[in-house]
Design a protein around this ligand. Structure first.
Ligand code: FES
Length: 98
């Protein structure tokens, strides 16, 4: 195993988990998780935060009923029910964290 320090000051994981059709639990993929992740990634790139902030897709973060879910590190802030209109505010927080 190799270990090395993460080169980003801030990391955001956006749940893009997809459940099979007819599954009793909701999933973030059906609520736009992948689109939110891609839009936030583009904001990070075009906003000059690339290399400082990384936006990853994640599996289920355990809050499916409140999805789409995201979590931001190093502060460990969990975001529930993220909507496209929330992204500018999240981006401003990311800018402030650098
Ligand atoms: S599917 Fe996204 S939190 Fe469970």
């Amino acid at each position: 195993m190799l270990k090395f320090p993460v080169p980003f000051a801030t990391t955001v994981f956006v749940c893009t988990h997809k459940r099979p059709e007819g599954h009793p639990k909701p999933c973030c993929a059906d609520r736009g998780g992948a689109e939110l992740r891609e839009e936030l990634r583009q904001m990070v790139r075009s906003g000059g935060l690339e290399g400082k902030v990384r936006v990853f897709a994640s599996g289920c973060l355990g809050g499916c009923e409140q999805g789409p879910m995201a979590v931001k590190y190093p502060d460990g802030e969990l975001m529930m029910g993220v909507k496209p209109q929330d992204l500018p505010g999240i981006f401003e927080e990311l800018k402030g964290a650098e």
